[in-house]
Design a protein around this ligand. Sequence first.
Ligand SMILES: CC(C)(COP(=O)(O)OP(=O)(O)OC[C@H]1O[C@@H](n2cnc3c(N)ncnc32)[C@H](O)[C@@H]1OP(=O)(O)O)[C@@H](O)C(=O)NCCC(=O)NCCS
Length: 160
Amino acid sequence: MLRPWHRGDAPAVFDAYQDSAIQHWHVRAMTDHAEAEAWIASRSTQWREETGADWAVVADAALVGRVGIKRLELSDGIGELAYWVMPAARGRNVATRATTALAPWAFDVLGLHRLELLHATGNQPSCRVAVKAGFRRRNDATAGPPPRRLARHAPPRAAR
Ligand SMILES: CC(C)(COP(=O)(O)OP(=O)(O)OC[C@H]1O[C@@H](n2cnc3c(N)ncnc32)[C@H](O)[C@@H]1OP(=O)(O)O)[C@@H](O)C(=O)NCCC(=O)NCCS
């Protein structure tokens, strides 16, 4: 289930950002629960300012991951998918199912015409999520800092 973030998610968000893979691929760490609370508060700010749309992914009332659209530009109709999954919940298609649920909403409700999915070329689990969610690998790009080779995927429907 996808739901809005709550302040009470701070301990679980803090735990998530102790994971080395999340730290590495999302290029950030958290030092205390206050930082996790600020991260959660920034989700609401982004929603209000229409610059991002982010959800907690929950199973059996426990936080298992995050899925969202960052770099949201409603005036241009573009955004970029973002996700992470708690280490204990990985390998159960959580990210794939969350991505599959969010993409149609982004087009049909939010009205985007382009939804990007970018991952570092070395991030094989993320590439698998993209492929299993039906996104075709389109081209590669370089971004940074830190300098990173990124693979860009296009959503299932060819026109997008
Ligand atoms: C990438 C990530 C979101 C995938 O989430 P997930 O819910 O485990 O995704 P899936 O269950 O669809 O599995 C995707 C791939 O992860 C790999 N995987 C499976 N179990 C795993 C485990 N226990 N630990 C790590 N990777 C695993 C497999 O390669 C799998 O592909 P497969 O189904 O072809 O075997 C998750 O590994 C994660 O949070 N990684 C760290 C943060 C990150 O990379 N975010 C994305 C940045 S672009």
